[in-house]
Design a protein around this ligand. Sequence first.
Ligand code: PDD
Length: 287
Amino acid sequence: MSRIAYVNGQYVRQSEAAVHVEDRGFQFADGVYEVCEVRHGMIVDLTRHLNRLDRSLRELSMAQPMSRAALTFVIREVLRRNRVRNGIFYLQVTRGAARRDHYFPADGTPPTITITAKSTDPAVSAKKYANGIKVITVPENRWDRVDIKTVGLLPNVLAKQQAKETGAQDAIFVDRKGIVMEGASSNVWIVTPDGELLTRPAEHGILKGITRTTLIDVAEKLALKVVEREFRVDEMMAAREVFFTSATGICVPIVEVDGKPIANGHPGTVSGSIRDAFFDIAEKTAI
Ligand code: PDD
């Protein structure tokens, strides 16, 4: 079955899908995106993802590609046409196509919108959850508006590649003071020796993950204490558990950082119980 993509009003075979050679996303990374999980035929936390998309567009003075209702319709249609039951959709909006010039294009230039979807194998995630992952720390070298979900991800790409080349799976950005920022494509959490769940504030300096926000709801239901404060690498190394959250991996245990084990070097129970409760508590939208 060939995959189907939505591109500026049309559903096309993904192998034939294309955007303009002078698209501003392509030339300037002048675009924003969302990745949203689909599980058991349900879109997870769609409202929060679309709210964040609205915010990203607003922060960059970019036009809305279409109404919320139309967007929801198209997302569901792309998922249906790709027969996704477990997987993700990827949505990208750019400032459109125009002759290359750093200034914004003329008012009325239509934004470019593309939506793709793919199935993922739940067994692959299950293995990650069972074994945990190894990560490295890398110096924070991104701009200070990473709270906007832009497609300008070169530092993230380089950090992940560096991790791969050193035998790890992922990377965590750390600032000059040794404070843990976030993962290359996820937020970082620790469980302190006292059993508190700790994650850094998300007002600036990191992306306010949707999974992170919903996890706070989940923790409340499980009567776990969540504290939002900055923490340093040494505190992370002494934690009972360390884990990542993102739409593509709900509570992925981190068992090794920079070659050193976290706790006994095996996934902990807190991240596991949160993950088990997550889907029940998150918002679910049927395809
Ligand atoms: N990334 N921080 C960064 C830098 C991210 O790229 C992401 C998500 C997150 C977690 O956000 P959320 O819980 O809303 O997925 C945090 C997506 C999955 C990606 O780029 O593929």
